[in-house]
Design a protein around this ligand. Structure first.
Ligand SMILES: [Zn+2]
Length: 180
């Protein structure tokens, strides 16, 4: 069996009572859902939220090279799955500190991007890091590096959502510069 690492596993057991789930058509919702054969609990499967920060300094943006699948060896900006009880901006800042060792304020929302095929929603912020050294702060990256915005490795970006967010951020930045 091939495993898509970013895909959620099909649930087998009820998270409420532990009995088996069965895929059923739920009339009221007009959808197939996983429902418990014992207690009728419906196990909803909804997209998960990833929060991230496009960290910038002058003309450069900070990217990390992923150590793990999916897309090991490819580049993206720091970010990760939100934890329960956490707001998107807090999660983005936490992940950035954990991954590249920089405390960055997620100052502006760049955009919200979705991948319907695997059920992921990316909330991308931008934030300036005027000083401090970025480094590989956890085992999730192989290296972290500043890229001039003219030298972003577009062909080696990890995800289409990272690319879309970076393109939006650059377009807005150039618009702002042109408006000066
Ligand atoms: Zn149950």
């Amino acid at each position: 069996m091939s495993i898509v690492p970013e895909q959620l596993f099909t649930p087998v057991h009820c998270q409420r009572c532990g009995q088996l789930l069965e895929e059923r058509y739920i009339d009221a919702e007009r959808r197939r859902r996983f429902q418990c054969v014992n207690c009728d609990f419906i196990h909803y499967m909804n997209p998960r939220v990833v929060a991230a920060i496009i960290v910038w300094r002058g003309r450069s943006v900070l990217l990390q090279q992923r150590a793990n699948e999916p897309r090991a060896g490819y580049w993206t900006f720091p970010g990760g799955f939100l934890e329960m009880g956490e707001l998107p901006a807090h999660g983005a800042a936490r992940e950035t500190l954990e991954e590249v060792g920089l405390a960055v304020e997620p100052a502006a929302l760049v955009g919200v991007y979705g991948r319907a095929d695997i059920g992921i929603v990316l909330v991308a912020y931008s934030g300036e890091s005027p000083a401090g050294e970025a480094y590989v702060a956890d085992p999730e990256s192989l290296q972290v590096r500043w890229f001039d915005i003219d030298n972003i490795p577009w062909q080696e970006l990890a995800f289409e959502t990272s690319e879309a967010a970076l393109r939006d951020w650059i377009a807005r930045r150039q618009f702002a510069e042109g408006a000066k």
